[in-house]
Ligand binder design. Structure first.
Ligand code: GLN
Length: 518
């Protein structure tokens, strides 16, 4: 294929396309009508999510599996908060990750370094040693913070400001995420948990109890393939995501701020480590304070009355998003444990690993994302498309409905029994409907509402909601063995339903706060 260097013209300072009057760029349509660079980012993110969701599918199961089963032998009370802290940190580091790219090294290099850290993290998890386990989690957290927000920004950078393909580009990218997330639990779950693979290891002279680490190893291989692809495909990215061309004085200030920030985080980590209470307990109080502090800072700035109203709307969206993710993200924790302990995992005599059920959500995203996109357009044509606050309330409703279903499943299973996997499939179907109501509209509404000078921080607030949600989800997992399951799942459903009502009641006020924005 001939090289067409004039196709993509990016502003090296911002990594976005500024356009250029001298060379009017022809539209690059080489990847299904989209810029060729989207293919590079699509496959990089596909492999990154492969590694993330593949590892996540077996992480909590590995921690809670008995030592005689090759696991760490921890109780849910111990493993749940650690899982929750890990999952929330993965999204929290998006804040410094975005800052480092914007101010210091650009998105392109952040993604590369992030990918390398992630791959090393998964390699570390292949060893059956506790320090290697924690080091692995730490590296994945740091790497994902550098990779995940910045690769999304780069997708935006492929399109000019007037390019109408931008939203469609993000939808294609979301499909890449879910392609990786679909295949990963099948591969890593098979290697980590299946009787078949354990038998294979045994017959080839390997320790079958180490099967978990082969699962983590597959995640490492996936991320490495993604990195190779990213480096080879880098030329298609033209100048997207290059380091900012900051004047030397600003650069010196940014570097100093980076040094101070890194030192503060390091000191904080050491203090947390040395405290006599577990880190997870301290974080239980610290983490919810973060958004409060962040919003307090945001509100203390001078804003016009219109901007102030928008900020209040953002607070409402943030809270509902955090609640939604706290239910949805239990896929990797409580719902995964329910699959392991209370679900029949065989169809037509074929025994499959419980972690395979982790693939269901992504399969449904593939099936239903086009349906939802069509639905909104069809409703929009009749002037019936729900507003974004209305879509958020649907999201919460579906999250609650899913937990109501699993509460009944737990009731049917009783303390010892097992139920059909179709129960969890139904739960994931409802949760996917919720995700498709809330997730795609969420970020775009937040960025549209953001007062001009803080647009880039909105991506951070979105990930902060995710982070908080994951943490709460992990807390729920900690009581998995303590209370009756129908009670736990029923409570989650109840909370979601109550907040659905609150969200419905707030549709009109939030719309008023949003003003002209939809
Ligand atoms: N499944 C999507 C992803 O991994 C969204 C998950 C989320 O935002 N919590 O990117």
């Amino acid at each position: 294929m001939p090289e067409t260097p004039d196709l993509e013209i990016a502003d090296p300072a911002t990594g976005t396309h500024a356009g250029n009057a001298a060379t009017v760029p022809a539209l690059d349509t080489r990847f299904f009508g989209h810029p060729r660079g989207l293919s590079t980012l699509f496959f990089t993110e596909m492999w990154e999510r492969f590694s993330f969701y593949g590892m996540r599918a077996i992480l909590l199961l590995f921690m809670t599996a008995a030592v005689t089963e090759g696991g760490l032998g921890w109780s849910a009370a111990k493993a749940g908060p650690i899982y929750g802290l890990y999952a929330s940190m993965v999204y929290l580091t998006a804040l410094p990750g975005g800052w480092i790219a914007d101010r210091l090294i650009g998105q392109r290099r952040s993604v590369l370094i992030g990918g390398i850290l992630i791959a090393l993290g998964h390699v570390s998890l292949t060893f059956h040693l506790l320090p290697a386990f924690f080091l692995g989690l730490f590296l994945i957290v740091a790497g994902t913070g550098l990779l995940k927000p910045n690769i999304s920004t780069m997708v935006g950078g492929l399109y000019g400001p007037e390019d109408a393909r931008r939203d469609a580009g993000f939808s294609v990218f979301y499909m890449g995420i879910n392609l990786g997330a679909f295949v990963a639990p099948l591969v890593c779950g098979f290697l980590g948990q299946s009787v078949q693979f354990r038998g294979f290891l045994q017959s080839h002279g390997f320790n079958p109890l180490n099967s978990w680490h082969w699962g983590f190893g597959a995640a490492a291989v996936g991320m490495t393939l993604g990195l190779i692809q990213y480096v080879l495909g880098g030329r298609h990215l033209a100048r997207t995501g290059l380091a900012p061309a900051t004047p030397p004085e600003t650069r010196a200030r940014d570097l100093r701020n980076f040094g101070i920030g890194a030192a503060v985080i390091a000191v904080l980590a050491i203090v947390l480590w040395l405290l006599p209470v577990p880190v997870t307990t301290v974080m239980r109080y610290l983490l919810p304070l973060l958004p409060v502090a962040y919003f307090a800072y945001l509100f203390s700035q001078p804003w016009t009355p219109e901007e102030r109203k928008h900020l209040w709307a953002i607070v409402a969206f943030f809270l509902f998003a955090a609640l939604f993710w706290s239910a949805f993200e239990q896929a990797g924790s409580t719902l995964n444990l329910f699959a392991q302990r209370f679900t029949r995992t065989s169809i037509f005599g074929f025994q499959f690993p419980p972690s395979w059920l982790q693939a269901v959500n992504s399969a449904f995203v593939w099936m239903f994302a086009p349906v939802f996109a069509w639905l909104w357009i069809a409703l929009g044509r009749r002037r019936l498309e729900p507003s974004s606050p209305a879509k958020f309330s649907y999201g919460l409703f579906f999250a609650g409905a899913g937990f109501l279903v699993v509460a009944f499943a737990a009731l049917a299973a009783g303390p010892q029994g097992r139920v059909s996997p179709l129960w969890l499939v139904t739960v994931y179907l409802l949760h996917t409907f919720g995700e498709l109501c809330l997730s795609p509209v969420g970020l775009s509404t937040m960025t549209k509402l953001a007062p001009g000078r803080v647009v880039s921080q909105m991506m951070g607030i979105w990930f902060l909601a995710d982070s908080l949600g994951n943490f709460i989800g992990g807390q729920v997992a900690s009581v998995f063995e303590k209370f009756p399951l129908p009670w736990i799942f029923g409570s989650v459903a109840g909370v979601c339903m109550v907040f659905t009502l609150v969200a419905v009641a707030l549709i009109r006020p939030v719309k008023r706060l949003m003003g002209e924005v939809h």
